[in-house]
Design a protein around this ligand. Sequence first.
Ligand SMILES: *Cc1c(COP(=O)(O)O)cnc(C)c1O
Length: 394
Amino acid sequence: MDKLYKHIETAVIHEGYDPKQYMGSLAAPIFQTSTFVFDHAEQGERRFSGEEEGYIYSRLGNPTVKILEDRIAMLERGEAGLAFGSGMAAVSAVLLALTKANDHIICSQGLYGCTFGLLRLMEEKYNITHDFSELRTEEQVEAIIRPETVCIYVETPINPTMKIVDLAMVVKVAKKYGIAVVVDNTFSSPYLQQPLVLDCDVVLHSATKYICGHGDVVAGLVVGSKEFINKVARTTQKDIGGIISPFDAWLLLRGLKTLPVRMDRHSENAEKLFDKLKKHPSVAQVFYPGDQDHPDYEIMKKQMRQGGGIISFEIKGTKKDAQKLLNALKLIKIAVSLGDAETLIQHPATMTHSSVPSKKREEMGITDQLIRLSVGLENWKDLWEDLNQALDSL
Ligand SMILES: *Cc1c(COP(=O)(O)O)cnc(C)c1O
């Protein structure tokens, strides 16, 4: 790390950018260009052969995007980073880079809906099969490893049930078999959790969520070893082409500066609301990793700084009651996505996880009564007033 600073709160603001290299501009410039001009034909030849460093064409690299990639790499404590046009572009580039036909993937029980869709597509097209696992114990992980298993793909906290997977335990087993561990760190951000520090191999994000933080960009990020990132950059990113625009990269650089401040507030607000929700008579169960009674609380403390900003809860009643609750809210917005300044609420069974077959949904713990709340940055008392009146109306 740079000698000037040691802490993530400083790195989110300064890492990867030196105003001296950009005519003193305090904010990173936006290089809104598709291509880069070579001084002469021989330089073009050297750029393409890799003999000379430098930009060629924005799908292969762009200075604004590079600042973002360097910054996220450092924040996740990885060697290199890559930015994408969406979280799913990042997920698909990573999974396609790691696998070949007939390979096998193990994943956490409970995945982002479209990641599940991608796994089914990979199975249909390339016979790349997958198994879900609770990933609770070493024995449980070991039991489903096959000779063709190449990767364990983990979301933790799990969306939307908020269960926690013990990353150090999964890594311990995976290392024994030479299997890569990939973590979708979207729900935590590098401020709350750094999987690479626990020896995981690859971290990825839907940067649309906490990293952006303002609900105005769809983007993805990946961090890993130089070797792996180069491989993705030269294959599944370059040739499939899911790159980020320079302007969106700039918005993420701007959003990142306040990540630690925002995550602290998201977590504080969530703790207050979780406490209130738990006591409301219309609420059957609340799932929040910062809950001391959460079955995974000890694992959470071991690998996360705080519980984060997402709460899921089950209401007493039916799907209709869940929808009634959402409709009764006045301040809190009904929307998928998460990690924004605005508090957002959604019904996973009919929204984010509606494409998951209902039997699978049940196994994942996504009932018709389950509601996911992305706690924003507002004053928590205003949020509770709104939630409370909506719950009272049931
Ligand atoms: C939103 C999300 C994704 C997909 O990201 P997009 O930016 O919407 O493509 C992947 N994983 C998790 C956990 C998410 O919340």
